[in-house]
Unconditional design. Sequence first.
Length: 370
Amino acid sequence: MDLIEATLAKKRTALETVNGGAKKKYIRRGDLEKQREQEYLAEQERERKEKEDREKQLAEEKEADLKKERDVKAASAAATASPSSSSSSPTVPSDSTTSATPTATGTPGSEIEESSAATFNIPPEEVVRRLRARGHPIRLFAETDQQRKIRLRALELVEDRSEGQRNDFMRALENAETGLHLEALGHQGGSEAKEKKSKADPTRDLDTNEISTDLLQKNQDKLYVLIYTYFKRLLREWERDLDQRPDEVKRSTPGKQATATQAQSAEYLRPFFKLLRQKSLEPDVLMRITEIAELMIKREHMAANDAYLKLSIGNAPWPIGVTMVGIHERSGREKIFSAQVAHVLNDETSRKWIQSIKRIMTFAEKKYPR
């Protein structure tokens, strides 16, 4: 009951306020809207004044900070100028004094250059070789040896930062272009060294025609040596054929790509040759490699391609669903064994050297057709 009376009293007070103190039983809607509009305008004016006060205060604080900063700069400039003015003398210094002053004091840039060059000490010949390999001039106008070393260091740092996302084939292509540039400049020592190394190879007199699947059971150690020798010979012969091409063919885009493919294949085959030297190839892989080499020697390239497919892809069925139910095996279960597993899917290293073997097979098919 008291709550109702309090609410009524509040309503009467509000009604009297709207009516200007006169006691009326009703109020016009227009008057009520007018009162609300006045209250809204008053609130907006109050907020506008508060915003102006805040902006004025921020402007004063900013101006004070700028003034303080200018005072600090002026004080530091005065402190810097006072020693120089006190040390300056009206007499003209001698030539020896002027010549010795810059070397004694130096500049910050020269100190940075000297420290960078000290951490990158290499012979001038090596600097020239690295700059030429990157296609940059060996010396710029008025460039010192230290500045040239710093420029080379900056180039190598940029290459190190951008090395992560590069393609292996693009790297091999750049190396092929670098080799062509060096060959054009007259650097023929690399090819002569390769020829001497091939002549000094103790396995060059081995007869690889003895490669056959029969050696798997008779003399497996000899089979490893013969396979190693056979693929090494094909790889060197492939490289020699590329070197004997005309210069315009070498410098063409297909010629550069062929050179890069051969270099990339030689790089990818290193793990394969290492496995052959260690005699640690898996038995089924060794059997397929022996079969491929034997068929390539006989120039039966179609059959060699079939053997390569068995090595790389395999003929293992894909077990879809449940392969063992109860105590009985499903049909086709006995076809899933280790000899039918695709070794190209084992790891990335195996995939690379198996793919490189296919490239050598393609070269042999073109070189020695049936």
